[in-house]
Design a protein around this ligand. Structure first.
Ligand SMILES: Nc1ncnc2c1ncn2[C@@H]1O[C@H](COP(=O)(O)OP(=O)(O)OP(=O)(O)O)[C@@H](O)[C@H]1O
Ligand SMILES: [Mg+2]
Length: 390
């Protein structure tokens, strides 16, 4: 019998978060791809094998699920350096974009090719046959429109192949991905599950389970507010907004460049500067420690105000709400600003997560809980149906 491996994958607009197997492997890859017109671009192949595969993901994807089959892509960090890189457009539908699938397949392939998995997935020459039991999600809006059904059937119906081209360590390997099962959960609901249940889906938060709660997920490009009532997501009340934190991080980077002449490599560097424990909001300019607090404060406060307005709006429409949880990387960045605003204004009962990882990995953790629970239940059913022959 073919072995299957559990994968819980959150395809965020900003980055993919994935958890595998028995929690022994995880991946976080920026959601950014660039099309390559040729199979062999000029990449410094010389020291290829000293490099981290994640810094040089260069692949060709064969899959009937794609609108553009057999295309070549640079993915993640490598794509950042390309001029034609694309990030997901906030107005688009995750379930209908090739980029979502390319990122998903790439992530699974990167797990499948690891030497540690050679005993699970058979290898013949340079081909790995991988089989996954996948838990993933789509924005509530798309699930409401029924797009999860088509998305799921695109995945389960066929074999998807990722071919590693000029990728460190894995060059020349091909991974055939099949799915044993795919579950597509609505994002807001998943966050709720993660809040109230542990890894065995035992209730860990009795107080919370029957409350009316809001979950405001501030991501890279979008903000979703889920409304939970009667242990369920209220589909009609949930709202999505095309407002994330990436744009503000980019403005901060831009202003630091124009004011101090310092070029930060990425938005990630900005996050580091504004969230680190020591020397927060300071950079080095020509060797002198310099404050950029004026810049970060103004831009982040502006965004926090907008986020607070969204909260206020949704809370007004759901007046019996008892608490709102802020999750997502954006909440991590805006925490102090939103708290301060709230203290001076409406004084809503709001809560943030101390641990930034908990906030960012919320969805992936939830999918992991849901998919492992599903696997356990089906195994139990099988055991009942097919008792061990004596
Ligand atoms: N500790 C952190 N590590 C990584 N990114 C962080 C961190 N704290 C804040 N961020 C920033 O938070 C933003 C949102 O990250 P998050 O992972 O929640 O978005 P996403 O889920 O990929 O996007 P979306 O929810 O829009 O689909 C990113 O721009 C990221 O740079
Ligand atoms: Mg997200």
């Amino acid at each position: 019998m073919t072995k299957t491996r559990i994968a819980a994958v959150d395809v965020g607009n900003d980055s993919i978060k994935a958890i595998f197997g028995e929690l022994e492997h995880e991946l976080n890859i920026p959601n950014i791809v660039a099309r390559d017109t040729e199979d062999r671009p000029v990449i410094g192949v010389e020291e290829l094998n000293d490099k981290n595969p994640l810094d040089g993901i260069h692949i060709k994807v064969h899959s009937p699920a794609l609108k553009e089959n057999n295309a070549v892509y640079r993915v993640g960090h490598l794509a950042t350096k390309s001029s034609n890189a694309t990030e997901l457009d906030p107005g688009s539908s995750k379930s209908e974009e090739d980029q979502t699938l390319v990122m998903l397949f790439t992530t699974l392939a990167l797990d499948a090719v690891r030497e540690e998995n050679a005993n699970i997935f058979p290898r013949a020459k340079n081909v790995v046959d991988a089989n996954y039991t996948l838990g993933t999600g789509l924005p509530l809006r798309e699930v409401k429109e029924g797009k999860d059904v088509g998305y799921r059937s695109k995945l389960v119906g066929s074999v998807h192949q990722v071919e590693f081209l000029v990728t460190p360590k894995y060059q020349g390997l091909k991974v055939n991905i099949k799915f044993n099962e795919v579950k597509v959960y609505p994002e807001g609901f998943a966050a709720y599950i993660n809040l109230v249940m542990d890894n065995n889906l035992k209730i860990i938060n009795k107080d919370l389970i029957d409350k009316r709660i809001l979950i405001q997920d501030i991501g890279g490009l979008s903000t979703d507010i889920a409304v939970i009532k009667n242990r369920n997501v209220d589909d009609d009340k949930a709202q999505g907004f095309n407002l994330g934190v990436s744009e503000s991080l980019e403005s901060i980077r831009e202003e630091i460049r124009s004011k101090h002449g310092v070029e930060l490599d990425s938005r990630r560097d900005v996050v580091e500067i504004i969230t680190r424990k020591n020397d927060r909001n300071h950079i080095m300019v020509k060797g002198s420690r310099t404050s950029v607090h004026d810049i970060t404060d103004r831009i982040l406060l502006e965004l926090a105000k907008k986020q607070y307005r969204l909260l206020r709006n949704v809370w007004q429409k759901n007046s019996q709400t008892e608490i709102c949880y802020f999750v997502g990387g954006g909440s991590n960045v805006l925490k102090e600003y939103i708290k301060t605003l709230n203290n001076g204004l409406d004084g809503y009962n709001i809560e943030f997560f101390e641990d930034e990882k908990e906030s960012i990995w919320m969805m992936a953790n939830a999918y992991y809980k849901l998919i492992t629970d599903f696997v356990m239940k089906t195994e139990k059913q099988k055991a009942v149906k097919e008792p061990v022959k004596s």
